[in-house]
Design a protein around this ligand. Structure first.
Ligand code: PXG
Length: 454
């Protein structure tokens, strides 16, 4: 029996709150878990359970919970100036300073930013910037946008059209016209028979095929995450990105990297683009920009698109009330300062990242595990019915969800994506905490195997 407060919160939540991505009747029968507090890598629920947050909230609390410096930065800015806008030729100090700070840490050439409030609106801003750019260039026919299956770019009408997930399209009559999808470099699922590197360049050439099919003079941009996150931590072979870059250059297609998950140290550098030596024309960020402490996002523009938009004679008729929110900007600045002081931007590519990879790799021995993929502090453990054949369970057995629930009961929050168990712990995770994760995953795999009657 839940205590009285918990029962109360569950009741009002059930009655009045429609959650994201939820089957409401199912949640209603179970009741929400109520999270009340966070500290370091842990969150606590209203019933007193202490859970290791293996997902950093939703891939965002990179500096961990309970950072008083971020609370103080918000308090100070809120007391001084809680809000002013950046329309009508005004700015505020934290916003101007954050733009310059980002320009200093962004990949070379990305020198201007447009602020927003979420990854979804930032992707919509990127789409509109790309279309606006080709109109400015006098090439209005260049409007098609190519993205990938299992790419996740958000839920706006444009950003959901970029997203490559059928279950997010069909109920909403999406994608819009002009949005096209190609296959992704998911070697574990579709790369059978080819060695990794051959598969990587083959998958990249699907972009070339699509550009040629649509006509290069109609294609505006290619949008992709350096590593696909919500699609299942799909890490491309080394041959993939150089080939994508070559194809974009050859056909004059703008390259937009969505760094909403990969940015801010997740792959071991400030940017996934650095990890994979990508030179994007535009770069989209959110989540780790404030470590999730407040909503803020941004689109960074390289010289080509940024200078053209800057020099446009007409007004750039786009912007959000809270774009460049001074409190969110102050928190983002302090978050970047913390990351630099503690070396968090590269921590995932150092000893802790290696420890994470090597400890998790040991789980490949487990009879339920088909593959373990890691890069930086991102991982996916693929559960399979038949290890030798890498054959997944039928989707209706919901093995991933079973494993996720068992994991939470064991004190570890993992995210199930199909039957891939995903981890993206805070970048402050210690070696002892990695060992704790692995111990809990290991126990969870045994319990899951038992629940499946194996
Ligand atoms: N791009 C990427 C790469 C993302 O991962 C977005 C854009 C959209 O951001 P907003 O702030 O609008 O949510 C995301 C968000 C999941 C999950 O199920 C992942 C995200 C959001 C919600 C759930 O893993 N990523």
């Amino acid at each position: 029996m839940a205590d009285e407060r918990t029962a109360h919160w569950r009741r009002i939540d059930d009655r009045h709150h429609l959650h994201p991505f939820t089957t409401f009747r199912e949640l209603s029968a179970k009741g929400s878990r109520v999270i009340v507090r966070g500290e370091g890598c842990y969150v606590f629920d209203s019933e007193g359970n202490r859970l290791f947050d293996g997902m950093s909230g939703l891939w965002c609390v990179n500096v961990g919970y309970g950072r008083e410096r971020l609370a103080k930065a918000a308090f100070e800015q809120m007391t001084r100036l809680p809000y002013y806008n950046t329309f009508f030729q005004t700015t505020t100090p934290p916003v101007a300073e954050l733009a310059a700070r980002l320009a200093a840490i962004l990949p070379a050439g990305l020198g201007r930013v447009i602020f927003g409030n979420s990854g979804s609106d930032a992707n919509d801003t990127a789409i509109k910037s790309v279309w606006y750019y080709w109109n400015l260039e006098g090439r209005p026919q260049k409007k098609n946008i190519i993205a990938r299956s299992l790419g996740y770019h958000g839920v706006g009408v444009g950003s959901a059209s970029l997203t490559g997930m059928r279950f997010m399209h069909e109920p909403f009559d999406l994608p819009l016209a002009r949005f096209h999808h190609i296959g992704n470099p998911y070697a574990f699922a579709v790369g059978e028979g080819l060695d990794e590197e051959t598969f990587g360049s083959t998958a990249a050439r699907w972009l070339e095929d699509k550009i040629l099919e649509l006509g290069a003079d109609t294609v505006a941009a290619f949008f992709a995450e350096p590593i696909q996150g919500a699609g299942g931590v799909i890490i491309p072979p080394a041959s993939y990105w150089p080939e994508i870059q070559r194809i974009c250059r050859k056909y004059d297609v703008l390259l937009v990297v969505d760094e909403v998950i990969c940015g801010f140290g997740r792959t071991g550098n400030w940017w996934g683009a650095t990890t994979f030596a990508i030179e994007p024309d535009l770069l989209v960020m959110a989540k780790g920009l404030s470590s999730g402490y407040l909503p803020i996002s941004a689109v960074a523009l390289g010289a080509r698109v940024g200078d053209a938009i800057w020099a446009g004679e007409k007004e750039f008729a786009h912007g959000l009330t809270y774009a460049g929110h001074p409190v969110a900007a102050a928190v983002a600045l302090e978050n970047i300062a913390i990351m630099e002081e503690e070396g968090l931007e590269t921590r995932a590519s150092g000893p802790i990242g290696r420890h994470f990879a090597s400890r998790l790799a040991q789980l490949e021995e487990h009879p339920l595990v088909g593959e373990v993929r890691t890069r930086g502090l991102l991982a996916c453990i693929e559960l399979v019915e038949d290890k030798a054949a890498r054959k997944p369970y039928p989707a209706d057995r919901k093995v991933g969800l079973t494993c996720r629930d068992i994991s939470i009961d064991n004190g570890l929050i993992m995210r199930a994506i199909r039957d891939g168990m995903v981890l993206a712990p805070p970048l402050i995770v210690t070696e002892a905490e990695v060992d704790e994760i692995v111990e809990k995953v290991s126990r969870t795999l045994d319990d899951t195997a038992r629940a499946l009657g194996r």
